[in-house]
Write a protein that binds this ligand. Structure first.
Ligand code: PLP
Length: 380
């Protein structure tokens, strides 16, 4: 089946006698068991729920994996992932991961005796040097956020596998619509479904996807043992958002490409970070391993004061963290999404702006950026 078809053609409620066209929200904690001895599909919603299973199956398919597990946030999914590690284990992590992931790895894991080395994963030699005989996991985001640095997934997984480690890709930035890391050798894919997968800024959710039975068994155990599985209503919202994943991303990306080129040619803009621009480092690798540059653009113009003024002057861009929403957003990563990353570990300045492009009209968005730019930077 083509992926456009897949998004809407699936069994919305396996076994349901009324055959609803929208998956029912099985808002129940418990399920009656036909007899005390015989096993049944569901007994308790923490362990399994039909609405959650339907969305998990859909996301597994989209990422081309056999198993998916939905959690109540991206951070809950990442936390569950670290549950497969033991005291003494070591992680190699990209040096520009999401701020919350940085906080989890640097402030929670040491308490469990798990150590982390931060590495620029765009440089495979640095990654190779970071391995110890305790390294179990390599965790990356590509493109990274906010600088959109590109890591070659195939190269990294080959290296990880040679050293008996697992390669995990946080694929939140592009979604499976634009990049499918399992097909490039990755062992596990993670998502903050709060972003593109949900797509409407109306829920928080996270997902772990894998093709490997052994990993799936561990994650299923953790999901049940720790109880952070996604609730029925949120599962339904996520399922509804997913149906328009292709429509949303294609439109948002089409607009983002035009805006990135516009900014790149704008006299008041100093530098644009977007993997769809020819000059972007890793452009060739990105083209090879993905289906597009995505919907997030970072750029720099000038002083911090003017940058804050520019944000204040935009009218259509909501001043907000996150990305992958229907509305266009503008943010200052240094004091918003990446505020929890210590300043000396950040690779960008307080002047860096980040845009997340929504489904509005491209000319309206460009006109808004232009007026905000000329009113904040020109006079400086
Ligand atoms: C937002 C985000 C997370 C965290 O997800 P939540 O749903 O906010 O808990 C993890 N990784 C990336 C890349 C993100 O953008």
């Amino acid at each position: 089946m083509n992926r456009w078809t897949q998004l809407v053609q699936f069994d919305p409620c396996p076994g349901d006698s009324y055959r609803a066209n929208s998956t029912p929200i099985y808002q129940t904690a418990t399920f009656a068991q036909p007899s005390m001895e015989s096993g049944c599909a569901y007994d308790y919603s923490r362990s399994g729920n039909p609405t959650r299973h339907t969305v998990e199956k859909q996301i597994a398919q989209l990422e081309q994996g056999r198993f998916a597990f939905a959690f109540n946030s991206g951070m809950a999914a990442l936390t569950a992932l670290t549950g497969i590690l033991q005291c003494g284990d070591h992680i190699i992590a990209g040096d520009e991961l999401y701020g919350g992931t940085h906080r989890l790895l640097s402030q929670r894991l040491p308490q469990r005796g798990i150590s982390v080395t931060w590495v620029n994963t765009t440089d495979i030699k640095s990654v190779a040097k970071a391995f110890t005989n305790k390294t179990r996991l390599v965790l990356i985001e590509t493109p990274s956020n906010p600088l959109q640095k590109i890591t070659e997934i195939r190269l990294l997984t080959d290296l990880a596998h040679k050293r008996d480690a697992l390669c995990v890709v946080d694929n939140t930035m592009l979604s499976p619509w634009l990049q499918q890391p399992l097909l490039l050798g990755a062992d596990i894919v993670i998502h903050s479904a709060t972003k593109h997968l949900g797509g409407h800024s109306d829920l928080t959710a996270g997902v772990i996807i894998t093709d490997q039975q052994e990993i799936a068994d561990k994650i299923a155990f953790i999901q049940n043992a720790e109880g952070a599985g996604l609730a029925p209503f949120e599962s339904w919202l996520l399922l509804r958002g997913l149906k328009t994943l292709g429509l949303r991303i294609e439109r948002e990306q089409h607009t983002a490409i035009q805006i990135a080129h516009h900014l790149n040619n704008h006299p008041l803009v100093k530098k644009v970070y977007y993997p769809g621009l020819l000059h972007h480092p890793g452009y060739d690798i990105h083209i090879k391993q993905s289906k597009g540059p995505g919907t997030v653009i970072a750029f720099e113009c000038g002083s911090h004061i003017a940058t804050e003024e520019m944000i204040a002057k935009t009218q259509l861009f909501i001043k907000s963290v996150s990305f992958g929403s229907l509305n266009s957003l503008i943010s200052l990563p240094s004091c918003m999404s990446h505020a929890s990353v210590p300043e000396n570990q950040r690779h960008f300045t307080t002047n860096l702006l980040r845009l997340s492009i929504g489904i509005e009209d491209v000319d309206d968005l460009i006109a808004d950026l232009d007026q905000a730019l000329s009113r904040s930077y020109q006079k400086k």
